[in-house]
Design a protein around this ligand. Sequence first.
Ligand code: DAH
Length: 341
Amino acid sequence: MLKRLDRIKAQALTNLESINDPAALQAWKVKYLGRSAELAEVLQDLPKASKEERPQIGRRANEVKNALVAAYEEQANTLHKKALAQSLVQEHLDVTLPGRPRLKGRLHPATQTLRQLFRIWAEMGFQIYHSREVETDEYNFGLLNMPAYHPARDMWDTFYTTRSGIILRTQTSPGQIHVMRERAPEPIRVILPGMCYRYEQISARSEIQFNQIEGLAIGHNITFADLKGTLMAFASRFFSQNAATRFRASHFPFTEPSAEMDVECFICGGEGCSVCKDTGWLEILGCGMVHPLVLQNGGYDPEEFSGFAFGMGPERMTMLKRQIHDIRYFWRNDLRFLEQF
Ligand code: DAH
């Protein structure tokens, strides 16, 4: 029996040495220290031994058991350390590396300009009024004094939908009718921002979609002097304190008289350069006194009320301010462009 115990011990310890993973270690424990291990058998058979041998065998059996338990714990400890060392190498974490910066979003350059324009017009007492991008032919043209036969329609070719008379708006001007019909006969001072669409040959100067900001003021005794004063005050806020402006006579079917406003070229200071095409002036908006027919279509009596309107293009203005030479960059989603602003 004593020999058997020595053999068990030797065999168990030899086996233990070659064990390299937790599962095998667990199996070893069951095999040599478990309930049906050979060692347990020896202890069970103890009563069968002679009286003299019994204490000796019992003592030796305990020694063997203790030795095996100790060896098991040591091996378990070794395996644990090994696994830890390995994971430190494999899942290497270098806390001294600099962190990865989070990419910060930014506002689109057109949005930046829009917000700046909103702020300026708000300071001057103009509310923002949103109106629809999908319009009727009637609102986009007819009610703005462009009946179906009107040649001015040619300036604004549009996208037609499959529903007759439903189009994408070519300008923010139809919003004038919406706001007038909603507010009449109250006085109005609003800007109408938003996307417009045109069926165009795309070029560096024209896109099929772009923002516009329409302005509308309706009330008693509003004159062309109010129009000029307001737009000049705007130009000095948006461009520079003493930005020179000039008004050129023009034509729009929905205003009478109509004009276009230029601002002195801020690149060359009026000397003439490539941005202003050597004229010294940059065209920035169309404007005029609201046509009596348009007032009437909006529900205002032209005998009693008058008003002015204007329309400007935020992308165009951003191009001028930031010296961007091609309007197509705006909606192309090219980060190399967008990240510059
Ligand atoms: N709707 C015009 C366009 O898209 C711009 C415009 C001109 C708007 C004169 C106006 C205006 O309100 O009075 O070209």
